[in-house]
Design a protein around this ligand. Structure first.
Ligand SMILES: [Zn+2]
Length: 117
C-alpha cells in the first residue's frame, strides 16, 4: 500500500468515527447557540439604579441561537442547567460536523488525484 493510500484510509476511518459521534450527539437534546447577559436600568424614578449610576439590575440571561443569533430568548436571572448542557452538546456537534466536512473534502481531493494518475 502506498503512503497516500494509507493516509486516505486513515481519513476515511476518521470520517466514519465522526459520523458515529455526530449520530450519538444529535440524539441528545442540543442547542446551537450561546448565552448572553445584560445589565439594565429599569427606569423607575425612585429605584436604586436611577440614584446610583453604578447600580444596574441583573444579570439577565438570554439565549441566542443559530442561524443568525439575532433573536434572543429570555432565560431569567439564572441559566437553566439543561440549557447549559444542551449548548455544550451543540458545540461538540458543531465541531464534529465541521471536522467531518473538512475531512470529507480532503478525501475527495485525494481520491480525485488518485483517479487522475
Ligand atoms: Zn431600577
Amino acid at each position: 500500500m502506498s503512503p497516500i493510500d494509507n493516509i486516505l484510509e486513515q481519513l476515511i476511518e476518521e470520517s466514519r468515527e465522526l459520523e458515529k459521534k455526530i449520530a450519538t450527539l444529535s440524539r441528545k437534546p442540543y442547542i446551537i447557540g450561546f448565552i448572553s447577559k445584560k445589565y439594565i436600568k429599569c427606569g423607575k424614578k425612585n429605584c436604586k439604579c436611577q440614584k446610583n449610576k453604578n447600580y444596574y439590575h441583573g444579570p439577565y440571561y438570554y439565549l441566542r441561537k443559530e442561524p443568525d443569533y439575532k433573536y434572543r430568548t429570555y432565560l431569567g436571572k439564572t441559566i437553566p442547567e439543561n440549557i447549559e448542557e444542551e449548548i455544550k452538546t451543540g458545540l461538540l456537534l458543531k465541531e464534529a460536523i465541521e471536522r467531518k466536512r473538512k475531512i470529507d473534502q480532503t478525501i475527495k481531493k485525494i481520491s480525485n488525484l488518485l483517479v487522475k494518475k
